[in-house]
Design a protein around this ligand. Structure first.
Ligand code: GDP
Ligand code: IMO
Ligand code: MG
Length: 437
C-alpha cells in the first residue's frame, strides 16, 4: 500500500465481515469530501442503505455517493449489471429530486445479468434443497460464471444490435437448455429478452464511458476517489467461507481489477465492521447466537436484509474473522458501525480464538471446510450504561463503550478511524477522516 503521505487520493472501503456492515451509510458520509465514488464488483445483490432528507433509501447498483450532487459516480467493469435495476434506481432517485445527469458513468465492459441468469440462480437454489447457498436470487453466480467462461454479453455490445442478437441468443440457448433439461424449470423467451434489452440501449448510451480512463484523469488532477465495495471479505469468492460466498472479489484488490485503476492511486483501505456480527444466507458463522441476546441484536439493529428482507443471523464480534479479513483484504483501518445496538447489553463477548478438534487456534483454520466445526473462545467485557446512539464526539461516549472499541482495535491490530452510532450521517464519530492528508 502506498504511503498515505504520497499524493494518492483513492480510498477503498470494503466490508470486513459477511456484508451489511453499514458501507452505504459510511460511503454517503465520506462522499461529502470526495470527487467520485466507484463501484467495482458485485451487482444488485448489494443493498446499501443511506438516509436522505430523513428518508431511507436502499441503493443496489448506484454508488452510494449519488445523493451528493457534486460527486461523479462510476460503475466499473467488475460489476455485474442488471439494466432494468439500473434504470429503476435512476427513476427512483430522480423522483426524490436527485439529478444524476452528466455525473453517472458505466463501463462498457460490465457483464450483463440476463433474466435467464436470475432463473438459473433460483432454479439451482431450489434444486439444491438443504445444500443451498441462500443467494439473493439476483443471478449473480450464473452471470459471473458466464464472464469466466467468456460467453458473457457485455454492456457495450448493446450498440452493435446484430452481433448482440447473435451472442445473446447463444447464451440463452445454453441457459434454456440447463433450465429445461437439468432443472425442469421454465425457460426464458430469447426474442423477448433481445427486444427488451435493445430497447434500453438508447438510455444506456449516454452513460457509457471509459471508467479506467476517467479514474486516470481524476488521479492526475489529484481528485479524491472512493472505491465502494459490496458484500464483505468473508463472502469473497477466494477468501470467504467457500462455497457459502458470493461470486466476486470483495477484497481491496477487486477495486483495481474491477475498474482498471492504477495501484498507485490508492492511499488507504478502510474495512467496515459492525460492533457485532451478522450474516444472511447459509454458511458457517462461529459466533452466531440463537438465544435472546441474538434476538435482541436483531431487534435493536433492525437486522433484516436490505435486498431480500430476510432476517439476518446475529452474533458476537469475531476478532479472528476480522483479523484474517483485514490481512487478506489489505485493510489499513477500521470503521466500526452500530455501536449503539450494544447499548445496555451485559456482558459483552468477543471471539478471540477457536476450539477445533486439533486444539485451540487464534487464526482461521487452514482448511475452510473445517470452519463450521470451529467453536468460539470468548473474552468477556462489561457493557456500559447510558446511550451511545447519535453521539458524534469520542469524548462523549461512555467509558465502557470507548474501552470496547479500543479492545476491538487491539485485537484486530488496526485503528478505528470512524465509529458509527446511528443510521444517519450525523450519528458518526470521525476520529480521523480517510481523506485527511
Ligand atoms: P451495507 O450493505 O454495508 O451498506 O449495509 P446495509 O445498508 O445493508 O445494512 C446496514 C443497516 O444498518 C442499515 O439499515 C443502516 O441504516 C443501519 N446502520 C448503519 N450504521 C448504523 C449505526 O451505526 N447504528 C444503527 N443503529 N444502524 C446503522
Ligand atoms: P451488501 O453489499 C450480505 C450473500 C447472500 C448469500 C451469498 C451469495 O449489502 O453488503 P449472491 O446473491 O451474491 O450469489 O449470494 O452472499 N450476500 C450478501 N450478504 N450483504 C450483501 O451485500 C450480500 N450480497 C450477497 O445472502 O449468502
Ligand atoms: Mg447491505
Amino acid at each position: 500500500m502506498p504511503d498515505a503521505s504520497t499524493s494518492a487520493r483513492g480510498v477503498v472501503l470494503i466490508g470486513a465481515q459477511w456484508g451489511d456492515e453499514g458501507k452505504g451509510k459510511v460511503v454517503d458520509l465520506i462522499a461529502g469530501r470526495c470527487d467520485a465514488v466507484v463501484r467495482f464488483q458485485g451487482g444488485h445483490n448489494a443493498g446499501h442503505t443511506v438516509i436522505h432528507d430523513g428518508e431511507t433509501l436502499v441503493l443496489h447498483l448506484l454508488p452510494s455517493g449519488i445523493l451528493n450532487p457534486r460527486v461523479e459516480c462510476l460503475i466499473g467493469n467488475g460489476v455485474a449489471l442488471y439494466l432494468p435495476q439500473l434504470f429503476r434506481e435512476l427513476a427512483s432517485i430522480r423522483e426524490r429530486g436527485v439529478d444524476p445527469a452528466g455525473r453517472l458513468f458505466v463501463s462498457p465492459d460490465c457483464p450483463l445479468i440476463l433474466p435467464s441468469h436470475i432463473a438459473l440462480d433460483r432454479a439451482r437454489e431450489s434444486h439444491a434443497g438443504r445444500a443451498r447457498i441462500g443467494t439473493t436470487g439476483r443471478g449473480i453466480g450464473p452471470a459471473y460464471e458466464d464472464k469466466a467462461a467468456r460467453r458473457a454479453v457485455r454492456a457495450g455490445e448493446l450498440f452493435a444490435p446484430e452481433a448482440f442478437r447473435r451472442r445473446l441468443g447463444a447464451a440463452l440457448d445454453l441457459h434454456n437448455f440447463m433450465l429445461e433439461n437439468y432443472y425442469g424449470a421454465e425457460t426464458v423467451d430469447p426474442d423477448q429478452v433481445v427486444e427488451e434489452w435493445l430497447a434500453l440501449a438508447g438510455e444506456l448510451r449516454p452513460l457509457i464511458a471509459d471508467v479506467a480512463g476517467r479514474l486516470e484523469r481524476l488521479n492526475a488532477q489529484g481528485r479524491a476517489v472512493l472505491f465502494e465495495g459490496a458484500q464483505g471479505v468473508m463472502l469473497d469468492i477466494d477468501h470467504g467461507t467457500y462455497p457459502y460466498v458470493t461470486s466476486s472479489s470483495t477484497v481491496a484488490a477487486g477495486a483495481l481489477a474491477g475498474t482498471g485503476a492504477h495501484l498507485a492511486q490508492l492511499r488507504e483501505v478502510v474495512g467496515v465492521v459492525k460492533a457485532y456480527t451478522t450474516r444472511v444466507g447459509e454458511g458457517p458463522f462461529p459466533t452466531e447466537l440463537q438465544d435472546e441476546v441474538g434476538e435482541r441484536l436483531a431487534r435493536e439493529g433492525a437486522e433484516w436484509g436490505a435486498t431480500t428482507g430476510r432476517p439476518r443471523r446475529c452474533g458476537w464480534f469475531d476478532a479472528v474473522a476480522v483479523r484474517s479479513a483485514a490481512q487478506r483484504g489489505s485493510i489499513d483501518s477500521l470503521c466500526i458501525t452500530k455501536l449503539d445496538v450494544l447499548d445496555g447489553v451485559h456482558p459483552l463477548r468477543i471471539c478471540t480464538g477457536y476450539r477445533t478438534e486439533g486444539g485451540a487456534i487464534d487464526t482461521r483454520p487452514v482448511l475452510m471446510n473445517r470452519y463450521a466445526e470451529c467453536e468460539p473462545c470468548y473474552e468477556q467485557m462489561d457493557g456500559w450504561s447510558g446511550r451511545t446512539r447519535g453521539i458524534s464526539r469520542w469524548e462523549d461516549l461512555p467509558a465502557g463503550a470507548r474501552a470496547y472499541i479500543e479492545k476491538l482495535e487491539a485485537l484486530v491490530g488496526l485503528e478505528a478511524c470512524i465509529v458509527s452510532t446511528g443510521p444517519a450521517r450525523e450519528e458518526t464519530i470521525v476520529r480521523r477522516h480517510p481523506f485527511d492528508s
